[in-house]
Ligand binder design. Structure first.
Ligand code: NAP
Length: 262
């Protein structure tokens, strides 16, 4: 898939691993300068270095999307956005992808568990978008792509009530942000991954991974590139009239009415 992103500046939150790394790689391959934004500077710098070694344009930023203002060792999303715009001239595309998915049953859930997940996934998305809006307004047809999930917007999964709520919240946020930003021709859309092979998903263990692979009609977990290409389409000039929408990328996982139907 060829989309010309030459001269575009892209921030990918959570770009140091998994889906975010996949998005950053695919976008850099299309000519963009990608900013790999995550809390862990070492991993973010590693990804930026790997891309540079391939002749692509990338840099790293250490940011915690939980914070709108600078806290402790992390840059705030606001200072990161300002720094990126000053250093590279613009912010054209934001991929608000950073997210966490710890499992916790409802009966054991404390407000801390709930807040941790909602703060990163839902509030962090809002912070990242809010910080980039002044710069996206200056860009010619800015783009926001939010990484939500099938869990919450489409399906439920025991152990992830907080996560499901955060991922559904992202879509409610997306629709209204899309309206507010439409006058500036900024589009705001979402990708909804099914189960995709990432470092984060590995952390859920082999039993979970095998069970999920069996639940996918295509027979295996998705690849990070599967999500990246959907995000790339939503970033393209050609997708400029699509806003407030979402694309499920799940190898058919959400389709079956009968678990034995495939
Ligand atoms: P992952 O492999 O665990 O990577 C998560 C990335 O987010 C890392 O770069 C991590 O770096 C960063 N991150 C976490 N908390 C952050 C914070 N507070 N501030 C800034 N960066 C932060 O996860 P993944 O599987 O690729 O998931 C990425 C996104 O896809 C998430 O939003 C997730 O909900 C969504 N998703 C994933 C799947 C799947 O099957 N993998 C399915 C549906 C949706 P640091 O820890 O260094 O900050």
């Amino acid at each position: 898939m060829k989309v010309d992103l030459t001269g575009k500046v892209v921030i990918v939150t959570g770009g140091s691993k998994g889906i975010g790394k996949g998005i950053a790689t695919v976008f850099a391959e299309q000519g963009a300068h990608v900013v790999i934004a995550a809390r862990g500077m070492e991993a973010a710098t590693d990804v930026a270095n790997q891309l540079q070694a391939q002749g692509l344009s990338a840099s790293a930023a250490t940011v915690d999307v939980e914070n709108y203002e600078s806290v402790e060792n992390y840059e705030s999303v606001e200072s990161m956005a300002t720094e990126v715009a000053n250093s590279f001239g613009s912010i054209d595309i934001l991929c608000a992808n950073a997210g966490i998915f710890p499992s916790m049953k409802l009966e054991d859930m404390t407000t801390d568990h709930w807040d941790q997940v909602l703060n990163v996934n839902a509030r962090g998305t809002m912070f990242a978008v809010k910080a980039c809006v002044p710069h996206l307004k200056k860009a010619n047809a800015g783009r926001v792509i939010i990484t939500s999930s099938i869990t919450g917007p489409v399906t439920g999964y025991a152990g992830w009530t907080h996560y499901a709520a955060s991922k559904a919240a992202q879509l409610g946020f997306m629709r209204t942000a899309a309206l507010e930003l439409a006058p500036y021709h900024i589009t705001v859309n979402a990708v909804l991954p099914g189960n995709i092979a990432t470092e984060g998903l590995d952390g859920l263990g082999d039993t979970y991974l095998q069970k999920m692979a069996k639940a996918i009609p295509f027979g295996s977990l998705g690849r990070v590139e599967d999500i990246a290409y959907a995000a790339l389409f939503l970033s393209s000039k050609e997708a400029g009239f699509i806003t407030g929408q979402s694309i499920i990328i799940d190898g058919g996982q959400t389709l079956p009415e009968d678990a034995e139907a495939f």
